[in-house]
Design a protein around this ligand. Structure first.
Ligand code: SF4
Ligand code: SF4
Length: 77
């Protein structure tokens, strides 16, 4: 397994502003319909391109609610 550092989202305080998605220089993030408690009213950020993420932490800096943190991700390779 190859460890990699990628952003992890804490949706509890997310205000769905999309600033993390806009901040990403390699378009590795997208707003998706993954809602709270199985509901789909709001859009939440999601890392859609693990390989493309360059771990620059710009999404972490961009979040006004401190919902984004870098975490280890292990891929099966
Ligand atoms: S760490 Fe950088 S490259 Fe990775 S998702 Fe965040 S802004 Fe994009
Ligand atoms: S910047 Fe923060 S509050 Fe805004 S959508 Fe991203 S995680 Fe949610």
């Amino acid at each position: 397994m190859k460890p990699k550092i990628v952003p992890s989202f804490h949706y509890k305080n997310c205000i769905n502003c999309g600033m993390c998605v806009q901040a990403c220089p390699v378009s590795a993030l997208e707003m998706s319909h993954k809602g709270k408690n199985g509901k789909y009213r709001n859009m939440f950020p999601e890392l859609v391109d693990y390989d493309g993420c360059i771990a620059c932490k710009q999404c972490v800096s961009a979040c006004p609610m401190e919902c984004v943190a870098m975490a280890s991700y292990y891929e099966d390779k």
